[in-house]
Every structure is written in structure tokens, then in C-alpha cells.
Ligand binder design. Structure first.
Ligand SMILES: Cc1ncc(COP(=O)(O)O)c(C=O)c1O
Length: 404
């Protein structure tokens, strides 16, 4: 008789977004005249840039002719893209990463979720609290997280590293030494970044304890200040202790096209086994590569025109972030993030819970955001707004909040 994977049953329901949807639907049904503005979305809204569209058209035409047709992509990705990434994202920043160490994929979510497979089930993970839920949930599915306590909303075998205003949303070293450390900077949901000196301390910590850092840099393109590392490989010794995830989703609007990559340096060994070998084996067995057309589109992001056009898109979102930050600050809110990240993380006023503030904004301003408590217990009394919306709607939302 078939049996289900009992570990899946330990996952708490995806309460956050279904609950947001339910409350918004109920409100709209009771107030059909309301014009809701959604500032909670984590998806981009600007169209793909012309350089990407041109590359897509060209590659599509190639697929229609026998001479230029492409079937299965190479397991690790096309060399034209891997070489471009190695040069532009790493070599140009002084990081020693070769094309061979880059694994092209269909996005960072799958890679962040799947990477745990190459580690022992006994490994203990550490995550920030609040956190992007994929890191914890994928470990729950793998049976690595222990039991869920619905009262404190924590898993028994996960090390949670609280991140709040007191530590500028950058975790301190936990009391118990983890085997795997998930870090994400610029951060979703808090919008925080990590200084290079602090990231170097994490790299030193991981090396001295034999831990591996799983570094999610999906929002790297939003970094605009100096001394903020774009890659963990800017830190000395990171080749021996860190895996990095990147995505074209927020960098170039590929959320619907799907493209990302993972870097595993050849020097990274656990129990003398190079992790590169294990991930290459997994890739070869379970994955058949991102489409040729999409990899060509990804390559176009690095052309001179592509770079300029993508920069303009990011500037559009970051101008939204500036508007949100400026208006909220002028209203006396404590706001964080929004400078090197498209996320604005605010402290709820008058000690309201995250959900109380959600209802308050929905009712008084018809604006929807994301309650911070949905990302972990230390997100309670915080609230996330995103800069991915349309400019007019963002301005209108802030005007409404001002006029409450
Ligand atoms: C921190 C973080 N990592 C990864 C992803 C997923 O990226 P992708 O679209 O490449 O799967 C997201 C998307 O929201 C994210 O916020």
C-alpha cells in the first residue's frame, strides 16, 4: 500500500497569502465601490526590456530552422551564458568564479529549495526570522526540521536567528552551531543589506566550524550603495564554504520567463567530497535545463543595451521605493529597507499586530500589504510593502495613507 511522505503533513498551511486573499475578497464584496491598491505583491510589473525581446525573437526563429534548432540544453547551461555570467557578475567584480562553477537553472526558488538534497538529513539548518519561507519548508519536506509547534510557530530542529531593528535585521551568530546557514541579502522581506565586514565574519565563522553558507542574492541588482557586497565571493575564503543563488526574476523581469543560476566553487568540500560533483549529479539526473530561447534572453541582459534598459527598470522600482520611504517617514513611521532592496519594512504604529495593521490599511486606505508575522514570529509588529507596483498607484496609495 502506498504511503505519503509524512514530513509534508508537518507543513503548516500556506496561511499568509490565502488569508490575505480571503480578507481582501471579503472587504471587496462588502465594499464593491472600493478601488484596492496592492502594495504587497512580490512580482514585477514592468514589461521585458527591448534587448531581451529582440533576443527572444531571434532565438525563436533559430528554433524554426533545422540548421539552428536546439534540443536539450547542456546539463549545466549553455557555455555562452555561463561564460558571460562568470565574466560580468564575478570577474568584473574581482571574484574568482569560473564558467564551470555556474549551474544555469529555471530560477532561484527551485535551487534554494532543492539544494538541501545534497546534504545529510542529520544536518541542522539556521535561518533568519523573519525569512523567505522556501528555506524552511523545503527542509521540512526533507524531514530535517523536526516537529512544528503551532503556538510559537517554530520547528523544533531549526535554529532561528532573530532579525529586528536591534541588530539592523542582520543575524548574530546563534548559540548552537548550525551545519547549514541560509542567508539572504538584500533581504526579503526586510529589505536589509549586510556590510562586507559582517559578511566576512559569517564566512570566517562558517569556515572555522565546517558549516556551509547558502547565500541567496536574488536581489543583488538592487544594491546601489558602496561597501555592500554583491556576492559572497567578494569575501576571502568564501570559495571554501559558500554556495550562491542568483535570479533573473527581479533583475530583469524574468518571473514569467524563468532563469537563474547557482554557483558552487570547486574548492567547496564537505567530508572531502566536492559539493560541485553532487549538484552536477543531481542536475544531470533530475533537471533538463532552462530553454535555449530563455538562456539567449538571459545573455541579452548583459549586452550594453540590455544593461542600460534593465538599469532603467530597476530605477523605476527604486523611485517607487523612495516615494514610499519618504512619505512614510514624513508621517512618523519607523521604516527600514527600500534603499538597496525593493522591499520596505515598517514598524506598525501604536503597537498594532501585523494583522491589525493589515486590516487598518485595508479599511482606511484600501491598500494591501503583507503582515510581517507571516514571515516568522520576529516579523510580528512589522509590515512589508513592495516597490514593484505601478508609479501612479504607488503615489495614490501613499496619498490615501496620508489622508487616513
Ligand atoms: C529571497 C528570494 N529568493 C528567491 C526567489 C525566487 O526567485 P526565482 O523567481 O528566480 O525563482 C525570491 C522570489 O520572490 C525571493 O524573494
Amino acid at each position: 500500500m502506498a504511503k505519503v511522505n509524512q514530513d509534508y503533513l508537518k507543513l503548516p498551511g500556506s496561511y499568509l497569502f490565502s488569508e490575505i486573499g480571503r480578507r481582501v475578497r471579503e472587504y471587496e464584496a462588502a465594499h464593491p465601490e472600493s478601488q484596492i491598491i496592492r502594495l504587497g505583491i512580490g512580482d514585477v510589473t514592468r514589461p521585458l526590456c527591448p534587448a531581451v525581446i529582440d533576443a527572444l525573437h531571434k532565438a525563436t526563429d533559430e528554433m524554426g530552422s533545422a540548421e539552428t534548432f536546439h534540443g536539450y540544453a547542456p546539463d549545466l547551461g549553455y557555455e555562452f551564458l555561463r561564460k558571460t555570467i562568470a565574466q560580468k557578475d564575478y570577474g568584473d567584480r574581482g571574484c574568482d568564479i569560473s564558467a564551470e562553477e555556474i549551474f544555469v537553472s529555471d530560477g532561484a526558488k527551485c535551487d534554494c529549495g532543492n539544494i538541501q538534497e545534497i546534504f545529510s538529513k542529520d544536518n541542522k539548518i539556521a535561518v533568519c526570522d523573519p525569512v523567505y519561507p522556501v528555506y524552511v519548508d523545503s527542509n521540512v519536506m526533507a524531514g530535517r526540521a523536526g516537529e512544528y509547534d503551532p503556538v510559537n510557530e517554530l520547528f523544533s530542529d531549526v535554529i532561528y536567528m532573530p532579525c529586528d531593528a536591534s541588530n539592523c535585521f542582520v543575524p548574530d551568530f546563534p548559540k548552537e552551531v548550525p551545519d547549514l546557514i541560509y542567508l539572504c541579502f538584500p533581504n526579503n522581506p526586510t529589505g536589509a543589506v549586510i556590510a562586507k565586514s559582517k559578511l566576512q565574519q559569517w564566512v570566517d565563522y562558517a569556515r572555522s566550524h565546517g558549516s556551509v553558507i547558502l547565500y541567496d542574492a536574488a536581489y543583488e541588482a538592487y544594491i546601489c550603495e558602496e561597501d555592500i557586497p554583491h556576492s559572497i565571493y567578494e569575501c576571502e575564503g568564501a570559495r571554501e564554504c559558500a554556495i550562491e543563488f542568483r535570479s533573473f526574476s527581479k533583475t530583469a523581469g524574468f518571473t514569467g520567463l524563468r532563469l537563474g543560476y547557482t554557483v558552487i566553487p570547486k574548492d567547496l568540500k564537505v567530508e572531502k567530497t566536492p559539493l560541485w560533483n553532487l549538484w552536477a549529479r543531481r542536475h544531470g539526473t533530475k533537471y533538463n535545463g532552462a530553454p535555449y530561447i530563455v538562456q539567449r534572453a538571459g545573455e541579452a541582459v548583459y549586452s550594453d543595451e540590455g544593461r542600460a534598459q534593465v538599469k532603467e527598470q530597476i530605477a523605476y522600482y527604486m523611485d517607487n521605493a523612495k516615494i514610499i520611504l519618504k512619505e512614510l517617514k514624513s508621517l512618523g513611521y519607523d521604516v527600514y529597507g527600500g534603499i538597496n532592496a525593493p522591499y520596505i519594512w515598517l514598524k506598525t504604529p501604536h503597537d498594532m499586530t501585523s494583522w491589525e495593521f493589515f486590516d487598518y490599511l485595508l479599511k482606511e486606505a484600501n491598500v494591501v500589504g503583507t503582515p510581517g508575522s507571516g514571515f516568522g514570529p520576529h516579523g510580528e509588529h512589522y509590515f512589508r510593502l513592495t516597490a514593484f507596483g505601478d508609479r501612479e498607484k504607488t503615489i495614490e496609495a501613499l496619498n490615501r495613507i496620508k489622508n487616513i
